[in-house]
Design a protein around this ligand. Sequence first.
Ligand code: WT7
Length: 675
Amino acid sequence: MSEKVNGGGAHYAVHWQEEQYVHPPASFIGQANMTDPAVFERFSLDNFPECFKEFADLLDWDQYWHTTLDTSDAPCWKWFVGGKLNASYNCVDRHLAKYKNKTAIHYVPEPEDEPIIHMTYQELYRRVNETAAVLRDFCGLKAGDRVTLQLPMTPELPITMLACARLGVIHSQVFAGFSGQACGERIWDSGSNILITMDAYYRNGKLLDHKAVGDIAVEVAKKEGQQVDKVLIWQRYPGKYSSNAPLIEGRDYFMNDLLKQYARTIVEPVSMPAEGILFLMYTSGSTGRPKGVQHSIGGYLSYVAWMSKVIQDIHPEDVYWCMADIGWITGHSFIVYGPLAIAASTVIYEGLPTYPDAGRVWRIAEELGVNIFHTSPTAIRGFRKSGPDEPAKYNYNFKHMTTVGEPIEPEVWKWYYNVVGKGKAVVVDTWWQTETGGFLCSTVPGISPMKPGSAGPGVPGIHPVILDNEGNEIPAGAGKAGNICIRNPWPGLMQTIWKDRDRYVSTYYGKYCKDPNSKDWRDWPYMAGDAAVVSADGYVRILGRVDDVINVAGHRLGTKEIESAALTIEEVAEAAVIAAKDEIKGTVPDLYVSLKPGCQASDELAVKISNAVSTVVGKIARPRNVHIVPDMPKTRSGKIMRRVLASISNRGDVGDVTSLANPDVVEKIRKQVQG
Ligand code: WT7
């Protein structure tokens, strides 16, 4: 726990502006998938866990389950035990009878002169089958094996994921923007001997060489002890190699060539147990090592399908665009699995939303007839800054919009509602996490009013509670912040951390579980790691992380990962990262370092340190500033006071520092940073 803990019952003043309700328009309610308030009754704790049958019934099962929830291995919950199904079948095959001519994926390349691809469910079916044939027959992959993907935002990413799912192979997609080093560590942790990548992709007008990143990843994995036997390379322009990285004979293969041998091959979907593993998604935590969040097939898929239907209100005839990257959980759940499970048409956009200009997003929306739109507060702040009047110039009409990933300021919410939504669309602010599979808090858009800046109450089936540091419940409306927990397990919750059950148990239950031998789910509130406050109406306002995690533009970065990257530079003695407030990205990392005796501070050294963070973690982790300071402010026991550094970066009050071991350094650092 860091010093910025907000969970200790700190008073939180709620401003009247934050308590305004905005009601969904009648036109929305008239068409909504869920308008019956009885849904909350149906999903009350009295009906737990059987209520979740409604989720599972959205899927096609090869074999129906006999036990809704098995708690015998608490807190590794098992959902829909005895059931068998295949995720790829549920997202593709079963839609063919009714929707084979319908667009499954609208793919928009970044260069505006390249044609948009409208891939039907029939086409998706063919491509998933052929890809699965390569994985099974050429690579020898079988159910339970892990494969690492580092694919950019192109249709080949969901195609590869679904091909894995068809075989029961566990995919671990690493965000394409991550460094080769970060990818290599994840290859090693997951034990993958196959890497699937792409030669290149567009970002902000540039064709980036991506194969080169994969080569580094393979080397890093090898050093850690994980051999990668094959690298499969999709080509951004099929038949043409768009990278300068050399091909390694006997290791590197073009997917395009391999697929020719498997044209029109049909691969039977493997019938998997509900509790089989669908994928791993690495995320940052409090230690330097990222954790492999492990999601199930039956529980996860039923959870995201229901959320796409009820909270996102997607109908088969809608055009739905979630602007996230599939390399993060938002994309897995709400570009690929949730929407495809309910036969939606989902949009994939390759590039930067503001490329080549601030109108791009709205042109895409107009051209495709997008009517459901999903993005993050960072993107919204960016749109507002770069082109506040742009949306009005385009003839698109949203009926539903989502915001996700970080707290949204009521001002920004209102701009989103009035300008992007043109005052006609509902907004759901969905709070959740990589670990939780799908939404935890949000309004049900056809039932409850919105409140700018508040995520809303728990979604049906989710029962949040705010606990203080001693484990006492802070009642709704008390105006006090605490740690937000969920009282009950749910089908979308991760199964565990890959190969690290202890970390799963201690991170999420260590603080509040009183009896680690209990098999009763009531003894295991899930601690999310966020501070929150609940108003009298039950609406939850998320205040931010209470652990050593920084949320940058809705992406989670571990401060320890950034600090260890800085420490790879010879001259650096100590490093501390804090979350600095940023107008667009919410927060960004600010890095403070002190040097070893005899080493000189210089601009070149600062750049070198900054580059190290980019190389080891990825560009998104690049610090806003590298402050080379004479010494770190420390407690008498030698702990770096990150809280003091954060106040300096954010020009706040550093508070009483007289009890520090070296109080004088605070003023020196303040002068250096603030001038
Ligand atoms: C953390 C989870 C959820 C998918 C994208 C991020 C923050 C998420 C909200 C929201 C305020 C939010 C929390 C959470 N967060 N959604 N609507 N309002 N904060 O997933 O990388 O696992 O990060 O993002 O701090 O713990 P993630």
